[in-house]
Design a binder for this molecule. Structure first.
Ligand SMILES: NC(=O)c1ccc[n+]([C@@H]2O[C@H](COP(=O)([O-])OP(=O)(O)OC[C@H]3O[C@@H](n4cnc5c(N)ncnc54)[C@H](OP(=O)(O)O)[C@@H]3O)[C@@H](O)[C@H]2O)c1
Length: 339
């Protein structure tokens, strides 16, 4: 059994990860951390984990991390950038949940994340952990930058279209909605129940930190620079992301070519479900799963293709994808512990 460390186990993403790991046949959570709740057990913070994971929460201690075989860091961005280089010194493989190692261009961090990147050498070295894009590199990786939740839904929706040259690369509009758990467990006024229930709003318009991440990965697939208009929204539900994406198809492309592209790229993907023609993705249908549900419609009046993607932000958008990455890195079947 692989002994696993989970840093930030009390966060929503970390707790989801521990839950998945307790059901994984080849690993066991061994060392789990929290600053605020150290001294308590995880099941005291999350009673639903009673008799499932009763490990003590401890403050982050590198010597204890080094005693583990594999490391997950589910820490806030801005903190991971400082901690991950120290974690790598243990010689163990690391999957980092934050945005701190996702962007290859260090100069983007001040604008989008508000800090100067202190570890640019690790940006070159990290592998963007979206298996449907980078499976071969993930196999050999030592540091995985686990993708953001919004980018996961968007990148999966658009890969076949860009890879096959079926859409224009300068006219992509992403209208995405997330449940409140996407903001993490730390209290904030915008996420206070009376503020967000019975409410629906856009936020960080033209300024969300996932924008350069989406553009970076789409550009790799397209083989040329791709820009997007990305507007996230906060929805009064706990979990789930629904992204509705409007693209313009290139001249001569028809619906059959679009469908053929999706089947070509995703027929053998374990966690992509292409929905039957009459159905559209819904967040409830992927809740608690590592699936991404996809469907598209061609609007012949406007010449636009509308692609809809649904994921669970905490599973395919975070913890499930992290475990999928670990499975690939360890040479295990990719869906181990995830189905
Ligand atoms: N939520 C999502 O849907 C989602 C999706 C994809 C990626 N992510 C990424 O995953 C990471 C965690 O997100 P989250 O939503 O789980 O956040 P969260 O609920 O706010 O949890 C953050 C975790 O980090 C720990 N932490 C905070 N400050 C710390 C410090 N100074 N030293 C050590 N530990 C510290 C917290 O521990 P204590 O407070 O107990 O001390 C907690 O366990 C973030 O980078 C986020 O961007 C989240």
């Amino acid at each position: 059994m692989l002994k696993v460390a989970v840093l930030g186990a009390t966060g929503y993403a970390g707790k989801e990860l521990v839950s998945i790991l307790t059901r994984h046949p080849y690993v066991r959570p061994y060392y789990i951390t929290s600053e605020s709740f150290s001294g308590q057990r995880l099941d005291q913070v999350y009673p639903e984990l009673r008799a499932v994971c009763e490990l003590p929460l401890e403050k982050l201690d590198l010597a204890k991390v080094a005693d583990c075989d594999f490391i997950f860091a589910a820490l806030p961005h801005g903190l991971s950038v400082k901690e991950v280089p120290k974690l790598l010194e243990t010689g163990k493989k690391v999957v980092d949940f934050s945005g701190d190692f996702r962007l290859k261009d260090a100069s983007l961090y001040p604008r989008w994340y508000g800090y100067e990147h202190s570890s640019p050498e690790n940006l070159a070295f990290s592998v963007y952990g979206l298996p449907e894009y980078h499976r071969e590199q993930i196999r050999e990786a030592v540091l995985i930058a686990n993708p953001g939740c919004y980018p996961t839904s968007v990148l999966l929706a658009l890969k076949p279209l860009l890879a096959e040259g079926l859409i224009e690369t300068d006219d992509i509009i992403i209208d995405a909605k997330s449940g409140v758990s996407g903001a993490g467990r730390s209290p904030g006024q915008a996420y206070h129940f009376p503020e967000c229930t019975e409410n629906f709003k856009a936020y960080k318009v033209a300024a969300h930190q996932h924008t350069p991440e989406i553009e970076q990965e789409l550009s790799i697939v397209a083989g040329r620079p791709v820009t997007v208009t990305f507007t996230p929204h906060l929805v009064p539900m706990i979990r789930g992301i629904l992204s509705t994406i409007y693209v313009r198809i290139t001249a001569g492309v028809d619906e059959a070519a679009v469908n053929a592209a999706y089947h070509k790229h995703y027929a053998s993907e374990p966690f992509i479900r292409l929905l039957p023609p009459a159905e559209l993705p819904e967040t409830k249908h992927v809740s608690g799963t590592n699936f991404c549900d996809l469907a598209c419609r061609f609007d012949s009046r406007t010449g636009r293709l509308i692609v809809v993607a649904a994921i669970d932000n905490l599973v395919k958008g975070a913890a499930g994808q992290a475990v999928q990455n670990m499975n690939i890195m360890q040479g295990w079947p990719e869906d181990t512990g995830l189905k």
